[in-house]
Design a protein around this ligand. Structure first.
Ligand code: F6R
Length: 248
């Protein structure tokens, strides 16, 4: 597990965007697709902004990019303001030349009895594209990655989960009150994330410092799902100084 600390979120975001751009261009050289696992939330916004800038100003093309988002609230209509579909289009997809057919985001509109088959198919599609080249992650204050809350199994796959109380509190502002935050989500599993050839977990600000300390230095346990990342040799934590401030 590699830990890279940058003075600020801006520098760190540029570094991650540069890594993604390098991967995309290398795959273009080889006439291959770049398969990206993407996250939503506040953390990756600066990375997406920089990728959009590279597209506009440097001609970075996304014609060969295939994306799989980590998660979506359940239930959730794609056109709702708080949906991760809306988030991804507003922050990235609407501003780049990605083929919309290459975008995959868990479907929050399914009937309960359709969810299991959808999740299996999500895994299958990732496999069909040859697996994830790079998975980008944030981290929740519960230690979740994707929406794999405490208690998640290390070999878990894409599935319907129940959101932790703290996660719903942290989302309450987006929904105008905690009572409006969905109680469930569809998320890639820890096992799904682990299969990515490269994983980058980003965290900014003091608010994340205690959970980053646990994730990097704590005992590996399902109580803090991000600790499972300690078991992988292709994980990089990209932090700002505030998020790293409790590391020894
Ligand atoms: C989002 C996701 C979550 C977030 C995490 C941090 O797709 O999977 O794990 O990365 O909740 O959220 P922010 O970045 O808003 O602090």
């Amino acid at each position: 597990l590699l830990v890279n600390v940058y003075p600020g979120q801006k520098e760190a975001s540029l570094y991650v965007a540069q890594k993604i751009a390098t991967l995309i261009k290398a795959k273009q050289q080889a006439s291959e697709k770049a398969v990206l696992g993407l996250a939503t939330g506040a953390t990756p916004v600066g990375v997406y902004r920089e990728l959009v800038r590279m597209h506009r100003e440097e001609g970075l093309s996304f014609y060969n990019v295939v994306t799989f988002n980590l998660d979506e609230y359940y239930p959730m209509q794609p056109h709702a303001e708080q949906s991760y579909v809306t988030f991804m289009y507003e922050n990235l997809f609407s501003h780049i030349d990605i083929d919309k057919a290459n975008i995959h985001i868990p479907d929050g509109t399914l009937a309960v009895e359709e969810v299991a088959a959808f999740c299996l198919n999500y895994e299958k599609k990732i496999e069909e594209f040859g697996g994830l080249d790079l998975q980008v992650l944030g981290i929740g204050r519960t230690g979740h990655i994707g929406f794999n809350e405490p208690g998640s199994a290390p070999n878990s796959g894409t599935r319907l989960v129940t959101l932790d109380n703290l996660t719903r509190s942290d989302a309450s502002r987006d929904f105008g009150g905690k009572e409006n935050v969905p109680t469930k989500a569809i998320t890639m599993g820890i096992g799904t994330i682990f299969k990515a050839r490269e994983i980058i977990l980003m965290a900014w600000s003091r608010k994340k410092a205690p959970i980053i300390k646990k994730a990097v230095e704590g005992e590996i346990s399902g109580e803090v799902p991000a600790t499972y990342l300690q078991l992988s040799d292709h994980v990089e934590f990209v932090l700002d100084e505030d998020a790293a401030s409790e590391l020894t």
